[in-house]
Design a protein around this ligand. Structure first.
Ligand code: FMN
Length: 169
């Protein structure tokens, strides 16, 4: 799939089938994370791969907005270092690259940011200097996502020309 088509078709997936994801695809998703650029190439991030059912369940319990992750085939906890002012930009870039890599392989994914921080730190032994910024759950979609469409504002409402508020070229 070309990059634009991947972006244009990708939807968040929160219901997953029980079909296993191959280790090749899992590795490719992690490789996409590794290859993503960080601010000043600091590579301050670390990733925890969560595959065991018990731990996916814990992850769901550590969340306020991602209980669906219990049904994922695997999840990735993205840890970033808040001493860098741009760490959440890095988190956003890497999560998107992982999601698009997965989508290109027919694998769905969803993310959540509602995190019970103390609980997740305890459950996954996260060190104090790193922040659990986002969690992404991966799995094959439970059904074809034919009914679902993106709900987005049109370009003319989003883009201004030369100055804020100027909608005409
Ligand atoms: C910064 C950010 C935070 C998000 N947090 C959550 C979340 O906590 N739980 C969740 O289920 N989805 C979360 N999402 C997913 C959004 O709900 C999703 O991107 C949006 O509804 C568009 O979905 P679509 O691409 O399928 O249309 C988050 C997305 C972003 C970009």
């Amino acid at each position: 799939m070309d990059a634009f088509k991947c972006i244009a078709t990708k939807l968040e997936v929160r219901e997953f089938s029980t079909q296993d994801i191959s280790s090749e695809i899992r590795s490719k998703i992690l490789e996409a994370a590794r290859l993503t650029g960080t601010g000043m190439n600091t590579q301050h991030w670390r990733f925890i791969l969560v595959e065991k059912k018990d731990n996916l369940k814990k992850l769901a319990e550590d969340s306020t907005s991602g209980s669906w992750v219990a049904g994922a085939n695997f999840a990735v906890i993205v840890l970033t270092n808040p001493k860098y002012g741009f760490h959440l930009i890095d988190a956003g870039r890497v999560l998107q690259n992982m999601q698009l890599t997965a989508w290109n392989e027919g694998v769905g994914s969803g993310l959540f940011t509602g995190i019970r921080e103390e609980k997740i730190r305890n459950d996954f032994q996260i060190p104090n200097e790193l922040t659990p910024s986002v969690i992404i759950g991966f799995g094959y979609p439970v059904s074809k996502l034919t009914g679902k469409k993106k709900n987005r504002l049109p370009v003319y409402e989003l883009v201004y020309y030369e100055k804020y508020g100027n909608s005409k070229r």
